[in-house]
Write a protein that binds this ligand. Structure first.
Ligand SMILES: C[S@@+](CC[C@H](N)C(=O)[O-])C[C@H]1O[C@@H](n2cnc3c(N)ncnc32)[C@H](O)[C@@H]1O
Length: 268
């Protein structure tokens, strides 16, 4: 797959599966609460964009039941594919480059996807155009610049190192075209696109075992790039991984902003 100009943390690496599990543990309860409040139910047709792992597709399939439909897309479906079922269709699809699906949806959802894309505007437009009149869009995306620290309580050298390495990670993301303050822009972007009832909130977990797992997997996946980019030495990365393994760090993720809005139904 020629996606080297895009997504930094591609799904092909072993660490990607660990990262996706950690993301599910940290963010699924938050996501499910939002989707429940949007009224998901039997018979809904949903598009899960950039699904990553199988947990959100499986949960959606359970909610929409046998008469519903869940289209699951990603540029790499190796993990999401486990969710395939008569209700769940898995499709390899680049939301920024490929034509939107030739159908419309009651719910379109993307979590932690658009922030990474260079052409996030096209991707967002494609998702909005895929809503049926009255359908709802839920976009949940990171805003790493809003809270840039791995350890907000920077009380010693290990926390300081963690924050320096997180800074290096942000440089790598930005170098691939990620918008590090994307999350905060979403309410305006949804309103400007004509969606109504636009609302948003934010969430970032701190000091949980899943934060440790996510951090270690991310650092392991980006180890070579952090070293060659002079963001950290091999010894510093090992030191950081050892501090995580010993449970000495209270790690935080970047804030995730959840934004939702409805495509106006002209027949209302
Ligand atoms: C950080 S992961 C998030 C996965 C999942 N949505 C979650 O929150 O657990 C980003 C996902 O977006 C996918 N992705 C990246 N670029 C994409 C694109 N252009 N079109 C569709 N999916 C993409 C990646 O393959 C990966 O599965």
């Amino acid at each position: 797959m020629a996606h080297d100009d895009g997504y930094l943390l591609d799904n092909r690496k072993v660490e990607a599966g660990i990262r996706l599990d950690a993301l599910a543990e940290l963010f699924d309860p938050w996501t499910f609460r939002h989707i429940n409040e949007l009224g998901v139910g039997a018979g809904w047709r949903c598009w899960e964009v950039g699904a990553g792992g199988p947990s959100v597709p499986r949960w959606l399939a359970d909610r929409v039941g046998g008469h519903g439909r869940v289209l699951v897309t990603d540029i790499d479906v190796s993990w999401a594919g486990q969710a395939a079922s008569p209700v769940v269709e898995i499709r390899r699809h680049d939301v920024a480059r490929d034509q939107p699906p030739a159908e419309t949806f009651d719910l379109v959802h993307a979590r932690l996807v658009l922030v990474h894309l260079i052409d996030r505007e096209t991707a967002l437009r494609s998702m909005i155009e895929s809503l049926r009149p009255g359908g709802v869009l839920l976009v949940e995306d990171a805003d790493p610049a809003l809270q840039p620290l791995a350890c907000p309580d920077e009380h010693g050298p290990e926390e300081h190192l963690a924050n320096r390495i997180r800074n290096g990670f942000r440089h790598l993301l930005a170098g691939r075209g990620a918008d590090l303050s994307y999350g905060r822009k979403l309410p305006r972007l949804l309103r400007d696109a004509g969606l109504t009832d636009v609302r948003a909130d934010a969430f970032f977990p701190m000091a949980s075992p899943a934060c440790d797992v996510l951090e270690a997997a991310t650092i392991n996946q980006l180890r070579d790039q952090l070293i060659t980019g002079h963001h950290a030495t091999a010894a510093e990365i090992d030191q950081h991984l050892a501090a995580i393994a010993a449970g000495r760090l209270d790690l935080a993720t970047a804030p995730m902003i959840s934004v939702w809005g409805r495509r106006p139904d002209t027949t209302d």
